[in-house]
Ligand binder design. Structure first.
Ligand SMILES: [Zn+2]
Length: 128
């Protein structure tokens, strides 16, 4: 597997720690959108595309965000007792992600190199 293209959309003035949204193209054939670059503890990390978990309302079967307090459809209080493990509720899960450290490293390197190049270009334009 090779990453043949990385698209970077810089986020300026957005969420505090969110630096960019990226998409990677794999082997010129498959694209993964919504990879985020986040600044944390002075370093950059990437977050794979994720989706917010939902839970079905016991009264009307409407799907609600797992951290919702009340059903968006019927207004009943949401029961979250079965979704909490070790005192912490898992709110997001990755839609697509590498399954070994070598692949993770390859994606991180490609994405962060592209981000550094892109943000460098922006800085040069601002100076000029
Ligand atoms: Zn409901």
């Amino acid at each position: 597997m090779r990453i043949t293209e990385v698209q970077v959309n810089l986020c300026e003035g957005g969420e505090d720690r969110l630096r960019a949204y990226c998409a990677i193209v794999i082997d010129n054939e498959f694209v993964v959108h919504n990879i985020r670059i986040i600044e944390k503890a002075g370093g950059l990390l990437i977050a794979m595309p994720s989706r917010k978990l939902t839970v079905k309302c016991r009264h009307c079967r409407m799907k609600n965000p797992i951290d919702a307090k009340f059903c968006m459809n019927c207004g009943h209080e949401c029961d979250r007792s079965d979704t909490t493990r070790q005192g912490e509720t898992k709110i997001h899960f990755d839609v697509a992600h590498p399954i070994n450290p070598v692949c993770r490293q390859m994606i991180e390197t490609a994405v962060l190199d592209a981000y550094r190049g892109e943000s460098g270009q922006v800085a040069e334009k601002a100076v000029g």
